[in-house]
Design a protein around this ligand. Structure first.
Ligand code: C2E
Ligand code: CA
Ligand code: CA
Length: 632
């Protein structure tokens, strides 16, 4: 609106300027004509004056010749007459009204010639009479007419000069006015382009969605803050918090970018209410925010982080959708010589740890700087590994039935990466890195393909061995996942019930309702589902009842301690009961000794998995041992 009215004002100013210039042009042309007219009128006036003078001169020569026929004047009469005649011809050219004067002059010439001949023949009296009766009256009439015309043109001339003066004054005024107006237009133009530049600058440094500063502005301010940070180490300096909204991508995918945008705007607003005016909150990309805390005791960053997380306790209400969101925060305080990218990188690395450990807040503690460089190198290596068919393989760990016939009831496929230079890299080191990028999708596809091809091979060899595959949250929530899974099942011809998808309890609890939907889609393909690492994710009973799962795997941390630690044993016991009440099969992971296996059997746990029975092994090794393990 402001923009439009400014444009309107500009337009009208320029239009009036153009109008004024047009008028000035017309005026100056008119002025040129006036000047021409003045010159013309001036010519006329002087022509009459000349004619009047020459004819008066002729008359005086005539009179002198009458007084003395032999005088010098007598000899000049004819020449003077010619000059007077030519002068009258000139005025007749300028003004047709003067033709009578010319005619009289011509007539006068005849009479004068007669007069001169009388003089020359000594007829002085006759000559004088002719002078008085014929020449002098004609001369007077001509003189009177010339005077009259001259006066008229003099008047016209005076009028024109007066007009011209008046016009000049108006032209001057118009010029001054145009000049002032031009100055105004130029001033407005300068002001406008400055305002425009300021607007562009603001746009370049502001995140339009949240109205917060963007990454560019943030790094710039951080750079300045670091430059003025106190040299003395005891004083508080700059702390950076990087904030990420857990599961935001999923909300965005499920509810649409429109809802996602509103969520981000509201999230930005909530974050801003927590910090002080001297601090800075910025949106640095996607669902990432960064906060710069100045002059803050580094230890107090934790309080700020807690308050930031509290700000997300309240659900987000958007039209008819209520969304619960949590944030993860990484913090890093500037050390001597830290630059912007180091500090941000440190905070990001702490954030990464916070997310990986399912911990809402982590502070950068120094040694993980190496980790983050490692992480980058690792990412590059992983990207290459995914194009190389040989680097990723699967090991299979048997799942052993504890009751009844016992024996092999299935296997869990565990990814193995053989790094060309570093050798084997454990999945705990590279899977989280993959999960932080979209590389997790091709990786999951690779794992599922290998696992299903292996299940197919076993089927062809006469072994029905269910294979469990670990699935990361991102893969499960990927919209195209179920379709790809269906295609893989179809292409390998493996029945859905021979595949089990393991997802961790954390995955389920980070967004139960969406996970339930995704699990239902997987189950519709006949595929089994399992909750991994059970006991670490604070499941709520309400959700457990609703979860479309077939199996519950008790986390190995409880299983490992159950013989020595009564509380672990109690947790295992209650998990077994709970699972059975919900009609699920229970698997205990990490069974490392016979005592644990016995204790589990005593608690009626269905299945066990662990080094006590078998380590994860290659498909070939496992196949080699099959005839002995295969239930009859
Ligand atoms: P997990 O799903 O809990 O897998 C079981 C882990 O426990 C495996 O470690 C296995 O080698 C180990 N384990 C088995 N028996 C014992 C035992 O008796 N004692 C002890 N201490 N450990 C035992 P691994 O192979 O290093 O895998 C670690 C984690 O990496 C897995 O934990 C899983 O979360 C993840 N992972 C492995 N493969 C994949 C995969 O293909 N995709 C995804 N998304 N994650 C995977
Ligand atoms: Ca697992
Ligand atoms: Ca597990």
């Amino acid at each position: 609106m402001r923009h439009r009215s400014r444009r309107l004002m500009f337009g009208s100013l320029i239009a009036s300027l153009a109008l004024l210039s047009g008028l000035a042009l017309v005026d100056s042309q008119r002025h040129a004509r006036i000047v021409e007219d003045i010159a013309h009128a001036g010519d006329q006036v002087s022509a009459y004056q000349d004619a009047a003078y020459l004819s008066a001169r002729e008359m005086s020569l005539l009179r002198a010749s009458a007084a003395n026929p032999r005088s010098a004047e007598r000899r000049q009469v004819l020449g003077a007459d010619t000059e007077a005649y030519q002068a009258t011809l000139r005025i007749a050219e300028l003004n047709p009204e003067a033709t009578t004067v010319v005619q009289r002059q011509i007539h006068l010439r005849q009479v004068i010639i007669g007069y001169l001949s009388m003089l020359d023949h000594g007829k002085i009296t006759e000559a004088r009479e002719s002078l008085e009766t014929a020449i002098a009256p004609t001369y007077r009439r001509n003189a009177a007419k010339l005077l009259e015309l001259r006066n008229r043109y003099q008047q016209e001339y005076d009028q024109r000069v007066a007009d011209a003066r008046h016009d000049s004054r108006r032209l001057l005024l118009a010029a001054v006015f145009t000049f002032v107006l031009s100055l105004i237009v130029i001033a407005l133009f300068v002001w406008n382009s400055r305002a425009h530049r300021r607007q562009v600058e603001t746009m370049a440094t502001t995140d339009m969605l949240t109205g917060l500063p963007n990454r560019i502005a943030f790094t710039e301010h951080l750079h300045r803050a670091l430059a003025v940070a106190p040299p003395d180490r005891t004083a508080p300096g700059v702390t950076v918090l990087t904030v990420n909204i857990n599961g935001f991508r999923h909300v965005n995918d499920q509810l649409g970018p429109h809802v996602g945008d509103r969520l981000l705007a509201e999230a930005g607003r909530r974050l801003s209410t927590v910090v002080r005016d001297t601090d800075m909150v910025a949106r640095t990309g996607g669902d990432e925010f960064a906060i710069m805390l100045r002059d803050l005791d580094p230890a107090r960053a934790e309080d700020v982080a807690a308050r930031l997380r509290e700000a997300f306790d309240e659900p987000f209400q958007l039209d008819d959708v209520t969304v619960d969101l949590e944030i993860s925060i990484g913090a890093a305080t500037a050390a001597d010589g830290d630059d912007v990218s180091t500090l941000l990188g440190n905070a990001d690395s702490a954030l990464h740890d916070a997310k990986e450990q399912h911990d809402g807040y982590r502070r950068f503690t120094g040694h993980s700087a190496q980790d983050s460089t490692d992480r980058l190198t690792l990412l590059g290596d992983l990207r290459r590994a995914l194009t190389d068919a040989s680097q990723f393989t699967l090991h299979y760990q048997p799942k052993i039935g504890l009751g009844g016939a016992g024996g092999l009831v299935g296997v869990e496929a565990l990814a193995r990466w053989h790094h060309p230079a570093r050798g084997p890299v454990p999945p705990g080191q590279f899977v989280p890195v993959l999960e932080s990028t979209s590389l997790i999708h091709p990786f999951t596809e690779r794992v599922l393909t290998i696992a299903l091809q292996q299940a197919r091979e076993w089927l062809d060899a006469g072994h029905r061995i269910p294979v469990a595959v670990n699935l990361s949250t991102r893969s499960l929530l990927d919209e195209s996942f179920t379709d790809r899974l269906a295609a893989l099942l179809a292409s390998t011809g493996v029945p859905g019930e021979l595949l089990c998808i393991e997802i961790t309890e954390h995955t389920v609890m980070s967004d139960p309702s969406t996970t339930i939907e995704a699990l239902n889609r997987v189950r519709a393909l006949g595929v089994k589902t399992s909750i991994d690492d059970f006991g670490t994710g604070y499941s709520s009973m309400t959700y457990l009842k609703l979860l479309p799962v077939d199996e519950l795997k008790i986390d190995r941390s409880f299983v490992a301690d159950m013989v020595t630690d009564p509380s672990s044993r109690a947790l295992v016991a209650s998990s077994v009961d709970l699972a059975h009440n919900l009609g699920l099969t229970v698997v205990a992971e990490g069974v490392e000794d016979a005592a644990t296996a016995e204790a589990l059997a005593a608690l009626s746990c269905d299945t066990a998995q662990g080094y006590h029975f078998a380590r994860p092994q290659s498909a070939a090794d496992l196949t080699a041992g099959l005839p002995q393990r295969q239930p009859a």
